[in-house]
Write a protein that binds this ligand. Structure first.
Ligand SMILES: *Cc1c(COP(=O)(O)O)cnc(C)c1O
Length: 384
């Protein structure tokens, strides 16, 4: 028996792992100190928990603990890094490079900077969702300060050649910011190997709590400097003022630790479920896959359904939580900017469904969803 509705929208958010909740609970009630209270036990206790969480996050991405800045999530980390770098370096150069398929948090921040005087190159992607790294390299100018390319796309799961981008950035003395929100806990991320200078992540995408995230800021080769975007008590090495969200940070740390130790096993299981779902739907001849088939996360299947797609989505959503494009886009009736950038027409983009799976999905979920897809497609096809 499956519990309905079935949740297949893990790329929008994930439930907290029960072990994460257990780790957080004492910090709401008993261990309620302010991590900045240096003079007494309550403060030390909170500071110690934050110190451990910082080590856990650092271990997940192979950084030093001192390179982690705790924030309220990826959107804040993205704003802090893009605006903070721009403010730091705009007197030297105002050019930055990003990609058409980035998350709204990046594209809208970049649009904001453009109004402030930034010059922005937005790279296209190929039909498989990947950027052309030669095109990236030739977009670099003497006044380029920053390249912003995401690790893995939230809608298609497509994984960009991050290591190569890191090398290109380094060769040209340009900083590389990477939105790794969707990759963390799903594929190994290594800021040293990947040559990443700044990186955003968010706990609620890997079984941690909402409202807790981090920004990685490289401190060696090169030491990255940026201007804080929130002023106040000077927490987080002056980069992010405000009382630390200790329960959230503890949850983020625990989620990072669990992701580090369990990722390989969990992803193997999810990949098998995803592949079974995807193969069965593709074999029906009713859909095609959006995004590179191999260079992508094991957790997602983004499928275009032809003209039956829109009706299918509406019917399916009665008992399966899926989304069209990204969650932020599905509220409006705009077709996904990611799929459009990959060359899909409005109609094809409009008729696409994102199935994103997670560690609490089961074989029974797959059977149920396949049944619902088949049945709803049949009734949609009868209409046309
Ligand atoms: C979810 C997501 C974000 C936004 O994260 P929040 O923590 O919700 O602000 C940014 N980028 C990507 C790729 C995401 O998937």
């Amino acid at each position: 028996m499956v519990r309905t509705p079935v949740y297949m929208d893990y790329h929008s958010t994930t439930p907290c792992d029960p072990r994460v909740v257990d780790a957080m609970l004492p910090f709401f009630s008993h261990h309620y100190g302010n991590a900045s209270s240096k003079g007494h036990f309550f403060g030390w206790q909170a500071a110690e928990a934050v110190r451990i969480a910082r080590e856990e996050v650092a271990a997940l991405i192979h950084s030093e603990p001192g390179e982690i800045v705790f924030t309220s999530g990826a959107t804040e980390s993205i704003n802090l890094s893009l605006k903070g770098i721009y403010e730091m370096f705009s007197s030297r150069g105002k050019h930055l490079i990003t990609v058409a398929t980035e998350h709204r948090a990046v594209l809208d921040t970049v649009a904001h900077l453009e109004k402030m005087g930034a010059e922005v190159s937005i790279l296209p992607v190929k039909s498989d969702g990947l950027i052309d790294t030669a095109e990236l390299e030739s977009a670099i100018r003497p006044d380029t300060q920053l390249i912003s390319v995401m690790y893995a796309n939230n809608e298609t799961g497509v994984i960009q050649p991050v290591g190569e981008i890191g090398r290109i950035a380094k060769d040209h003395g340009v900083l590389f910011f990477c939105d790794a929100t969707q990759a963390l806990g799903k594929v190994p991320v290594d800021v040293m190997e990947d040559g990443i200078d700044l990186m955003a992540g968010s706990a609620h995408k890997f079984y941690g709590p909402k409202g807790a995230g981090f920004l990685y800021v490289r401190r060696k080769n090169p030491r990255v400097r940026l201007i804080a975007q929130q002023d106040g008590g000077g927490q987080e090495k002056e980069l992010r003022s405000g009382t630390l969200n200790v329960p959230g940070i503890v949850g983020l740390g625990r989620a990072a630790a669990l992701a580090g130790t369990e990722m390989m096993k969990t992803m193997e299981k999810i990949r098998a479920l995803r592949d079974r779902l995807e193969t069965a739907i593709l074999d029906s001849g009713e859909a095609r896959l959006n995004g590179h088939a191999d260079l992508r996360l094991p957790t997602v299947s983004n499928l275009s359904f032809g003209s039956a797609g829109r009706g299918l989505l509406e019917k399916l959503q009665k008992d399966v939580a899926v989304s069209s494009g990204s969650a932020c886009n599905s509220a409006s009736l705009e077709p996904s900017h990611v799929l459009r950038a990959m060359g899909l027409g409005d109609d094809q983009a409009y008729h696409s469904i994102r199935f994103s799976l997670g560690k609490f999905n089961t074989e029974d979920d797959i059977d149920f969803v396949l049944e619902r897809v088949k049945e709803n497609l049949r009734s949609e096809n009868l209409k046309t």
